[in-house]
Design a protein around this ligand. Structure first.
Ligand SMILES: [Zn+2]
Length: 92
């Protein structure tokens, strides 16, 4: 019983930290990047569907956490998408 309590406490702290800052897109310390095979420290959290759309392979159901490098990739990808949308809009 004592062991169980010790194991759960860090998880509870991490969880409350993430949900508190999650809406701002900031990530608490110790959260890892959600991109498969990465595992670096995350700097931003974003909706999973947006990240998947940008072409990044992430695990998780609602929010994805991205490290500096992958956030750069994400921004690049979404910038291009926005540009394409602009072109489409002009063509109409
Ligand atoms: Zn990463």
């Amino acid at each position: 019983m004592l062991l169980l309590e010790i194991d759960l406490r860090p998880f509870g702290q991490l969880h409350s930290q993430v949900s508190r800052v999650g809406d701002l897109g900031r990530v608490g310390k110790g959260v890892k990047c959600s991109v498969q095979g990465c595992g670096k420290e995350a700097v931003r959290s974003l909706p999973v569907e947006k990240v998947v759309k940008a072409g990044l392979k992430v695990t998780g159901s609602r929010r994805a956490y991205l490290c500096k490098e992958h956030y750069k990739d994400f921004k690049k990808a979404t910038k291009l998408e926005r540009l394409v949308d602009k072109w489409r809009y002009r063509a109409r």
